[in-house]
Ligand binder design. Structure first.
Ligand code: ADP
Length: 249
């Protein structure tokens, strides 16, 4: 098992990365390797630095010190943006347009058109269970529906590396399960995923988890390794063992 893993290349590397804003150190000497085709979870409470790290990986911010490589490119690098899908916590939707018009607009940015675009729109909207709302203007959508549409847009250009910042906030448990099933399918087809979460049961679904608090990486491993080493029954107890703090879901 370990021998097989050793042959899987790292496609994302974060080496000795720190990030400061004026006088505030937000990330402190972070080292992470993410393997091709894995779901890597970044678990930590609000304010721990998850979004800041994700912005470095998405190429929309630069590290103060250290290096970030994504798919063999040193970040930030505009030329590989089409291979990265990034869903932030906020929504970047055009509220006066319909869901379809939003998808067509973002599809055109990635040069998708015609039948390919139509097929992909149908696929991603079915995945997030919004097919019936394709022609409705987004200002009529609930918060959860906007979240799902943002996810659909992120998946539209079939990126090699998908970064999802708290993707299931505001999404009901049944749909959350079906989205996780689809994310697992994507990873089986070769997509590498980084998902931030503060929800412990989501962390359990990742291949490996990095636990972060106050800008420091506390531990990295499979959920099982993290629980076993901490002699804990749950990821939450393990998180506390490694120096995290208890927090509400
Ligand atoms: P998380 O995603 O885990 O909630 P963030 O990465 O958003 O954490 O934030 C980590 C810390 O960095 C917080 O204390 C936040 O206030 C601070 N921070 C984030 N962005 C900025 C910024 N542009 N300027 C100053 N501080 C920031």
């Amino acid at each position: 098992m370990n021998e097989v893993k050793a042959t899987i290349p790292d496609v994302i590397t974060v080496e000795n990365v720190s990030k400061s804003y004026v006088t505030t150190a937000v990330l402190k000497d972070i080292n992470i390797n993410i393997r091709s085709g894995e779901i890597f979870g970044l678990l930590g409470p609000s304010g721990s630095g998850k979004t800041t790290l994700v912005k470095l990986l998405a190429g929309i911010a630069s590290a103060t010190t250290g290096e970030v490589h994504v798919l063999n490119s040193k970040m930030p690098d505009l030329s590989i943006m089409s291979q990265i899908g990034y869903m932030s916590q906020g929504d970047a939707l055009y509220h006066d347009l319909s869901a379809r018009e939003n998808l067509e607009f973002f599809g055109s940015i990635y040069d998708l058109r015609g039948e390919v675009l139509s097929r992909r729109i149908n696929n991603v909207m079915s995945l997030v269970d919004l097919t019936a709302h394709l022609n409705r203007p987004v200002h009529l959508f609930s918060g959860g529906m906007k979240r799902r549409l943002s996810l659909a847009i992120t998946l539209l250009h079939e990126p090699e590396f998908l970064i999802l910042d708290e993707p299931t906030v505001g999404i009901d448990p049944i749909l959350r399960k079906s989205i996780w099933n689809r994310l697992k399918e994507l990873c089986l087809s070769g997509t590498t995923l980084l998902i931030t979460t503060h929800v412990m049961d989501e962390a359990e679904q990742c291949h490996r988890v990095g636990m972060i608090r106050d800008g420091r990486l506390l531990a990295v491993g499979t959920p099982e390794e993290l629980r076993n080493t901490a002699q804990s029954d749950t990821i939450e107890e393990a998180f506390i063992h490694y120096g995290g703090i208890r927090h509400e879901n």
